[in-house]
Design a binder for this molecule. Sequence first.
Ligand code: ADP
Ligand code: MG
Length: 134
Amino acid sequence: QILPYHFEGEVVRGFGRGGKELGCPTANMDDTVIENLPEGLKVGVYYGKATFKGNTYSMAMSVGWNPQYHNEKKTVEVHLIDYAGGDFYGKRLSAVIVGYIRDMRSFASLEELKTAIAKDIEIARRGTTEQGKL
Ligand code: ADP
Ligand code: MG
């Protein structure tokens, strides 16, 4: 039993690849978060809640492989739903992973990827509200 799983760490700079262009910026978490992930937590898309500067948001996040490190290193990336502020690199973020959404996969087109992300966000929103004031 791995979920719910809590982590806390610093937001670092990622590859700058995709996130904002897709309309879905992801706060990349530092190495200690990645190194401490439970072994059985598989790669994929998850949802939960994240707290940052005293405010709590629903979030959708990915656990994936970092192409920058020849896919030998994992990445943990958190998208805060309905957060409309600016960048927060270097800040601390605390989160609870509540549920699993889907496996990681590649998409044939940018449009398909965007559709999948929009669906992930809907599932994350629903999942975190159905479970009450998590
Ligand atoms: P990077 O590759 O550096 O992670 P992204 O395009 O994924 O670049 O953008 C991530 C950054 O955008 C975060 O580190 C954060 O500072 C900022 N940001 C702004 N809005 C959000 C949001 N709703 N969720 C996550 N990060 C956000
Ligand atoms: Mg990112």
